[in-house]
Design a protein. Structure first.
Length: 80
């Protein structure tokens, strides 16, 4: 199975959406009260941080690609 490229922006977005889901789950089970408007900053902040993380990752990978003169996927496969 070919390996895929790690994408930390998706990890950040997923973590914040998971946090929003946990907040609603706690409200549904009666553990605490979550007002409906509390989820907006969690989701919006998570999407913003995911965008910043994705942009940073892209910039780092782009600078590494220009420094080496080739893409990381152009490297020969590792020996088995």
């Amino acid at each position: 199975m070919p390996r895929h490229e790690f994408q930390p922006g998706k990890l950040v977005a997923g973590a914040f959406l998971l946090a929003a889901g946990v907040a609603y789950l706690g409200d549904a089970r009666g553990a605490w009260e979550t007002p409906w408007y509390a989820i907006i900053p969690i989701v919006a902040g998570g999407l913003f941080l995911a965008a910043v993380t994705t942009g940073t990752t892209y910039a780092v990978r782009r600078s590494r690609r220009t420094a080496t003169g080739r893409r990381p996927s152009d490297r020969p496969p590792p020996a088995p």
